[in-house]
Design a protein around this ligand. Sequence first.
Ligand code: XUL
Ligand code: CO
Length: 435
Amino acid sequence: MSTGFFDGISRIAYEGPESTNPLAFRHYNPDEIVLGKRMEDHLRFAVAYWHSFAWEGGDPFGGQTFQRPWYPQDDMAQARLKADVAFEMFDILNAPFFCWHDADIRPEQGNYADNLARLEEITDYIAEKMIGSKTRLLWGTANMFSHRRWMSGAATNPDPDVFAFAAATVKSCMDATHKLDGANYVLWGGREGYETLLNTDLGSELDHMGRFLAMVVDYKHKIGFEGQILVEPKPQEPSKHQYDFDVATCIGFLRKYGLENEVKLNIEQGHAILAGHSFEHELALAASQDMLGSIDMNRNDYQSGWDTDQFPNNTPEVALAYYHVLKAGGFTTGGTNFDAKLRRQSLDPEDLIAAHVGGMDICARGLKAAAAMIEDGGLDAALGERYAGWQTPAAQQMLQSDLGAIAERVLREGINPAPRSGRQEILENYVNRFV
Ligand code: XUL
Ligand code: CO
């Protein structure tokens, strides 16, 4: 039986680019083939449980603005109602995936035994709902940042009892993700960082975080979980200094602790911007190290400098992001998670649907533009031409040589390089033909 929350809103249909219906897809056409694959299988959209169903509309200056029938979110009957509404929305959107933190799907009880019992109860309930739904679990994760016990970190906490509580919590969330056949398990280091070095032993906190992640990997193998373990970089918020600052930092961290073949990255657009990078930089860097796992697709407000988690609405940005995803071979276990929330004045159920419809449509448009650029081959040709010198035997031999021999060759051959244009504006104009 329907909860009635979305009364009056039916399954969103693809109506084509000319449609003026605000609750229709104009670009997202799941069965349309793009570069030999269904659009749905390329994009692998996921709804984030936390922003859509758990967040109540608060900001640093004021509390709840939304009024949902599943508030207050403090008992299991409310948690079940929330799940009912969530699956109704997945169906309306025809969403192939969803994602959760433990704290989104069950109420926090303040002790491990009760948290565990409630997580098992609600994931049994969700497992049953998944039987009647097409929506699969893209990833599960543990919220180790909201409750006050985590204020000084989880795996990096100075108190070993918090490390223990974190280990037990992640174990329970990995078990739940495995039970729901999740495609990945994510760790975002919410409070893994510090406010001041005056009270922080940075070196041992990093060692504890490395050891913790190694235990996560061991446990994955122990229980036969075949999903991908993903770490999500972010430079600040909530801590002033987050240990998983950006893709480069995470790559160095994973290598140092010997986890580079076990863990990939969940890269979020807004976090890339907070780190002073572009999204495509982060994606391309991760792809170059075979560590591109999944993406959180949301944008920040470019003026505020906060992690505002807004739905994407900028085709050129999204197109360049999918260009790099496609160049890396596309998603395998990963997908496009809308780690995005409504503005707090967007009160209506219709706002929730429209936000996702718009986000899905922008991504589909970006994907089509990226695919068209790949098919046209203009960027590849430009790269090929720019690096063509490296294809010569002399250039390749030089990489096996040494400084002295190279210096001799420069003298002998009178090598005197002539600078060539980087052609940036020409390439930017090229991209604009597609977006
Ligand atoms: C926080 C953030 C998280 C992670 C999952 O900025 O992005 O929602 O995606 O914990
Ligand atoms: Co995220």
